[in-house]
Design a protein around this ligand. Structure first.
Ligand code: GLU
Length: 311
């Protein structure tokens, strides 16, 4: 497909999404997110050949929330390598993102790095040897580097809003601390976690930040190896199996590419060897994934014939 063809595909999808009445519900459990206008939709595709194509509200920053967990996982693996897997599993949870029941059965070892408990362990790893402020800075700078964009910022109001109301995450972190699987005071690891979840990015910036996964672990602008090709594949495998909470199977079935969603309504999708894709629409479906974002990715994958299962 030519760039003009892809532009047409994205513009058609954005126009169709703008007109749809079934937009889902914005997350309300983080008060700042409840204020976001549900009528927005953006999409951006960073092709491996360097083209960046976007449509809709692709330049409006949104709260990336759990999409940030892809980047903190990458950093934590860079720090301690595969020993991370002693503290976090690699299985889909089949439970909501903030479930505490499973954690009790599994003795404080969260199922995977993308549910909240697993992500807090990952953040605890990134925090080791740093002050919280330094760890937050390291995560933000890493994302800015991946996206080649120093304007990406943390929305402090969103972080404060979640910090003030995150009782469930406090429970998860304290519970894991009791098993020794959180090594800092829980409020410190959680403070860093809330701040990386509160990073604000546009679809364009997020698609750029995801390029290294579509490029076998390399940062395309500098050629710098962010992770090995094997690690990039494994991060993508986790995105496919665990990236959409207990809607991960349905997303793999409908879309067929690795993806990570967040309760801000963003989804980062990776088509290895082809492209990195970001969509955003703040209304969520019953599994907590962007309602229109999931539909749009399904349409895009079909139009582009993108699937990791394609023969
Ligand atoms: N910061 C959010 C929380 O901990 C992230 C949830 C999400 O995007 O899945 O509840």
């Amino acid at each position: 497909m030519t760039a003009a063809d892809i532009e047409t595909v994205l513009a058609d999808i954005a126009a169709e999404m703008a007109a749809r009445p079934d937009r889902g519900e914005v997350a309300t459990y983080i008060p700042q997110l409840a204020k976001v206008d549900v009528d927005q939709f953006g999409i951006a595709v960073a092709m491996n050949d360097g083209q960046l194509i976007a449509s809709g509200d692709a330049d409006i920053p949104f709260s990336i929330q759990s999409v940030s967990k892809v980047f903190t996982l990458t950093l934590a693996l860079g720090k301690i390598g595969d020993t991370l897997w002693k503290r976090v599993g690699r299985e889909p949870s089949g439970n909501p993102f903030n479930s505490i029941v499973q954690l009790e059965h599994e003795h404080g070892i969260p199922r995977n790095p993308f549910i909240n408990a697993g992500a807090v362990v990952v953040t605890d790893v990134v925090l080791a040897g740093h002050e919280p402020r330094e760890a937050i800075g390291e995560i933000l700078r890493f994302i800015q580097f991946l996206a080649d964009d120093e304007t990406i910022y943390i929305d402090r109001e969103v972080a404060a809003s979640e910090q003030a109301t995150g009782y469930r995450n406090v429970a998860l972190a304290n519970y894991m601390r009791s098993f020794g699987n959180i090594t800092h005071a829980p409020e410190l690891s959680l403070g860093v976690y809330y701040h990386h979840c509160a990073i604000a990015m546009s679809c364009r910036q997020l698609a750029l930040a995801g390029r290294f996964l579509a490029h076998g672990g390399r940062h395309p602008a500098t050629g710098h190896s962010v992770v090995s090709a094997e690690r990039a594949r494994r991060i993508c495998a986790l995105m496919l199996t665990c990236g959409h909470y207990d809607g991960s199977g349905d997303f793999a079935f409908r879309v067929g590419i690795p993806g990570k969603s967040g309760v801000g309504g963003g989804i980062l999708g990776v088509v290895p060897g082809e492209a990195s894709v970001a969509v955003w629409s703040p209304g969520l479906n019953s599994s907590g994934n962007s309602q229109l974002g999931s539909i749009a990715l399904e349409k895009l994958a079909k139009a582009m014939n993108w699937s990791i299962f394609a023969a």
